[in-house]
Design a binder for this molecule. Structure first.
Ligand code: DC
Length: 223
């Protein structure tokens, strides 16, 4: 079964690139970050402090943060406890909550299991932080999509400006470096490049060039 793992740091363009690569290959894309965000929302809705690992873990064990996905016309819909949270998980709060709860083994165990089940059912492309190293150790192809912190900060700055928001490059660069440090030094399943992953550095590539680079790697691995 074809399975594609894309990991990499924040701001490397993983989600949008992954979405487009999957679309061109005619397979589903599972955005695993959405699942961590959904748990973050469920924890907050239950009135639990995201820093309280014991309470968060207990909620997961008791099935109080049940995350699932379904696909509508090939697009991922993310559900938590049966409720569609596809829109609300994009908030800054959900991202912050996700970052906190993704440190906990109980949360990761629960989500990794569901991600593996989904990838067994159909050809899929998964993107996240631990796909090549934990979720799909036997993926057909593993890609580590990265870009220099400066390039990632510049893209983020441009995104914000397009939305009419002003931002400071230095501040954004600082945020990017902080998130990298957090993701790479966390005790459980930190972000790291799998030994058999191919690095795609998108610092000097535009969107289409990045998509093409990944498609070529998939083609080479999949014959
Ligand atoms: O990619 P994102 O911003 O939607 O991810 C949200 C958070 O979830 C982020 O802090 C990293 C974490 N995450 C993770 O630990 N493992 C994954 N496979 C995907 C995301």
């Amino acid at each position: 079964m074809l399975s594609i793992a894309i990991d990499g740091p924040v701001g490397a363009g993983k989600s949008t690139v992954a979405d487009e690569v999957a679309r061109r290959l005619g397979i589903l894309h599972l955005d695993t970050g959405a699942m961590y965000r959904a748990v973050g929302l469920a924890v907050a809705a239950a009135g639990i402090d995201v820093q309280d690992e014991q309470a968060v873990s207990a909620l997961c064990r008791q099935g109080g943060a049940h995350v699932d996905v379904r696909y509508e016309n090939g697009t991922q819909v993310t559900l938590v406890n049966g409720q569609d949270v596809t829109g609300s998980i994009r908030s800054q709060e959900a991202g912050t909550a996700a970052s906190a709860v993704s440190r906990y083994a109980a949360v990761r165990r629960m989500l990794v299991k569901r991600q593996q089940e989904l990838a067994q059912e159909q050809p899929m492309l998964l993107d996240g932080r631990d796909i090549g190293t934990v979720v799909l150790k036997d993926a057909t192809v593993k890609i580590y999509l990265t870009a220099s912190p400066e390039a990632r900060a510049r893209r983020r700055l441009n995104q914000l400006r397009e939305k009419g928001q002003d931002a400071d490059f230095g501040e954004i660069l600082h945020e990017v470096n902080t998130r990298d440090h957090q993701d790479m030094t966390r005790a459980v399943d930190p972000l790291r490049q799998a030994e058999d992953a191919v690095v795609v550095d998108s610092s000097d590539l535009d969107f289409e060039q990045t998509v093409q680079a990944i498609l070529r790697l998939v083609e080479a691995a999949n014959g």
